[in-house]
Ligand binder design. Structure first.
Ligand SMILES: [Zn+2]
Length: 88
């Protein structure tokens, strides 16, 4: 189950900036945070992939993306089929 996160009003990149209501980051700061964590934790994309099991012979990013898209599509279909769930 995904985490339920609540914006705090402060940019989660750690720059100390004040965010818009409902936002976790100042514009573009989510990508900066992503790149910084990737660099600090893994050094480079290649090591990130390997350490997450995506080396040749392991998990396949393209196939996993397709499976993820199918799961999301199936979940959306389930929501539409439930009674008393009307889009307004
Ligand atoms: Zn920021």
């Amino acid at each position: 189950m995904p985490l339920r996160l609540i914006p705090t009003g402060e940019c989660w990149r750690g720059c100390g900036g004040e965010t818009e209501r409902g936002s976790f980051f100042l514009p573009g700061h989510d990508k900066v945070a992503e790149a910084v964590i990737l660099l600090i934790e893994y050094g480079e994309v290649l090591e990130f992939l390997v350490r997450r099991g995506y080396a040749p012979g392991g998990k396949n990013p393209r196939k996993d993306l397709e499976a993820w898209r199918n799961r999301v599509k199936a979940r959306r279909s389930e929501v539409k089929l439930k009674p008393n769930t009307v889009d307004r």
